[in-house]
Design a protein around this ligand. Structure first.
Ligand SMILES: [Zn+2]
Length: 688
């Protein structure tokens, strides 16, 4: 009579036996509700029970809840409730008490809870290991009315958490319940002798079955890594009602959801399901991008949602200023899903406009026409990741409502470097290693080496970049500077992977790769507005130092991360213009007590003021004008900026193979004065 319930995607199954209605009666309950004779008379037989709750409402009505027991052992779901008037009269009630309980006793030597948990682990195929909570040996009634002994417990994913149970990437989020990290929260009953599964129920509700998309998902970076496959939405806690759920009760069937609106340049076209719950549009490498808009929208919707969920797990959540329409009362400002444009008006580039929390960012993915057939930047997951990461770093540095912290020569360079780094890191495979070469944007130019000066690799004969290069003229632009930052992160990352392993699970994994990704996102929250390389490195180390109390790996990781930075010249004594390749004796010694003084302590030559002389002419005025535009009014300014961006990109005559590829347009990239569209008086006219 016992069958395991299937794993529900939608709501709950209800394996329990229906409640019996208790008729209103003349029996009077006491204040405690603990009256054997009253319960016996209303349920019609004798039973042992304990009162679990008594609630009195404003009208003096009492709600009394009871759990049936056999001695000290509860019977799962055998509960009753009485609604009692102010004079003790029974108004109504229900019960699921079991009548034939007498004579039932516990058998000897049940199997252990560990064995029961193992069965559930296998049954759910949960990739994080599960732990059991609130486990209790109980009786449970089967559909024939017989009682059997079960382990009754909650099985939850065991994520690395510090003592106290809060995610380390959320400083100040001590109120956040641990459940926020769970994909599933299984309620389980497992036969205590046969270990047969009786019930496995996911307490986390799903609005709909997972949608499927025929795309090039990670670790594929672009169509060159094919073939195109059907992939499911991730469904982590960050997308509580799925990628298509807008709140609990509304599910879209087009490429518009809570995290992203994938549409065309006019924002009028969406991809719609090709079949129920499926977006299946086949990519044809010989066709022009404009002839396969549905696939572009599907891939761009998938990639943005995937990035939302993975960055959410890394700490870019509602309170940190992430991109969501509805924030589910978890802090931050809503109404700002990414508007991601396929075939945006422009060419040979990609861009991200990030505005303060609560105002939607816009991702511009252009068609590339320097190859034939033309290529679609929206299909290159690495390029999309680069742009999305601009949004993450901009919102996290200096606070979500302040988006002008990554303008400087160094900070703007790191903005590009983070983008390149995450684009690489989200697409590594178990077979990859640090001595291999990795390019970005290779799909768009038919050259796997990509669009940067050097491929990313630890092989210094192929990529000799160090902090010394920052002094060279050709590193005066933010994208070139970004390659220096990225190769430092790359070295630190691989130091951790080589020591602590590579975990393919980017949501819940515990490998060296997961650790480095978390540290980088945490560091963004700690660092100052307009950070220098040294400050950003220090805040990554600070994030690691916080882990010492709960993560066994932290001290060793400290040396490894330092070694990564030092190998590319950002060692202990590095400062602006000074490279250093040494690692400190104590990885955390240089961090000191505070957050600001350590930088000067490590840089005896003196850290440059926040704005470097390397900034291109016109940076400051661009900055000021953009500020003015923003404050004129968000709606108006957004319109203007979008128009400026579009005209800027469509008029671009720069060599896309050099440093300006994938420029971010959220006002971080210094413009050459002669090209500065903000100097066009027509822009002022539009404001009126
Ligand atoms: Zn960029």
């Amino acid at each position: 009579a016992f069958r395991p319930t299937t794993l529900p995607h939608v709501g709950h199954s209800q394996p329990f036996i229906e409640a019996t209605v208790i008729a209103p009666g003349t029996a009077r309950a006491s204040n405690s509700g603990d009256d054997q004779s009253v319960w016996s008379s209303v349920i019609g037989f004798e039973a042992q029970f304990k009162i679990t709750d008594v609630i009195t409402d404003k009208l003096e009505t009492k709600h009394i809840y009871a759990q049936q027991m056999i001695g000290e052992i509860p019977i799962v779901n055998a509960v009753g409730n009485l609604n009692v008037g102010s004079h003790g009269e029974i108004l109504s009630g229900y019960h699921r008490f079991v009548k034939n309980w007498k004579g039932v006793t516990m058998l000897n030597e049940p199997r252990s809870i560990v064995e029961a948990l193992r069965v559930v682990q296998e049954f759910t195929s949960s990739s994080p290991p599960l732990i059991a909570r609130n486990s209790e040996l109980s009786f449970m009634r089967d559909s024939d009315g017989n009682l059997r002994e079960v382990w009754h417990f909650s099985a939850v994913e065991n994520h690395p958490t510090p003592p106290g149970g809060f995610h380390p990437g959320h400083p100040g989020h001590e109120e956040e319940p641990m459940v926020a990290k769970y994909n599933h929260y299984w309620q389980c009953c497992v036969d205590a002798y046969s270990l047969q599964i009786v019930v496995v129920e996911d307490l986390i509700h799903r609005v709909h079955d997972p949608f499927q998309y025929k795309v090039f998902p990670p670790p594929m970076m672009n169509p060159d890594d094919g073939p195109q496959i059907l992939a499911e939405e991730l469904f982590n806690w960050g997308s509580r009602f799925g990628w298509h759920g807008l709140g609990a009760n509304y599910v879209t069937e087009k490429t518009q959801g809570n995290n992203v609106i994938a549409t065309n340049n006019d924002e009028t076209v969406f991809a719609h399901v090709s079949d129920s719950g499926v977006y299946e549009f086949t990519y044809d490498p010989l066709l022009d991008p404009e002839d396969q808009l549905d696939f572009c929208l599907t891939q761009l919707f998938f990639s943005n949602n995937w990035l939302h969920d993975v960055f959410y797990q890394l700490g870019f959540d509602e309170e940190s200023g992430n991109f969501q329409d509805i924030n589910y009362n978890r802090g931050g400002e809503g109404s700002d899903p990414v508007t991601a444009l396929c075939h945006a008006d422009g060419s040979n580039n990609a861009a991200m406009l990030t505005l303060p929390d609560g105002t939607p960012p816009v991702m511009f993915m252009y068609i590339w026409d320097i190859v034939s057939p033309r290529k679609d930047s929206a299909l290159d997951f690495g390029v999309v990741t680069h742009e999305y990461t601009h949004g993450v770093s901009t919102r996290l540095t200096g606070g979500a409502s302040y988006v002008w912290c990554l303008f400087g020569w160094q900070s703007g360079g790191m903005g590009e470097g983070w983008g390149d780094f995450f684009a690489l890191a989200f697409h590594f495979k178990p077979t990859d290693n640090r001595m291999m070469s990795y390019g970005l944007g290779g799909y768009l130019v038919n050259n796997a080496a990509g669009v940067r000066r050097y491929p990313y690799t630890s092989d210094v004969t192929l990529n000799p970049t160090t902090w010394l290069d920052s002094e060279k003229d050709e590193y005066g632009g933010v994208h070139a500077m970004g390659t220096i930052w990225c190769i430092m992160l790359f070295e630190a990352y691989w130091n951790l992977v080589d020591r602590f392993g590579f975990d393919e699970d980017l949501l819940f994994g515990n490998g060296g790769n997961n650790l480095m990704l978390e540290l980088i996102v945490e560091g963004m929250k700690y660092q100052p507005c307009d950070p220098t390389f040294v400050q950003a490195r220090n805040e990554i180390m600070q994030a690691l130092k916080f882990r010492v109390i709960w993560d066994d790996r932290a001290l060793e990781a400290g040396y490894l991360v330092w070694a990564g930075f030092a190998s590319r010249g950002l060692g202990v004594m590095a400062s602006e213009g000074v490279a250093d390749f040494t690692v400190p004796d104590d990885p955390f010694e240089f961090l000191g007590e505070g957050k600001i003084t350590p930088a000067s302590a490590i840089t005896p030559q003196g850290e440059a003021p926040t704005t470097s002389s390397k900034s291109s002419p016109g940076t400051q005025s661009d900055f000021a004008i953009e500020l003015v535009l923003i404050f004129i009014g968000v709606g108006c300014a957004l319109l203007i900026i979008v128009q400026l961006i579009r005209s800027r990109n469509s008029n671009s005559t720069e060599n896309p193979f050099e440093f300006e590829l994938m420029r971010s347009v959220d006002a971080r990239t210094p413009l050459k004065a002669a090209q500065n569209p903000y100097h066009d008086s027509n822009a002022i006219v539009v404001i009126k």
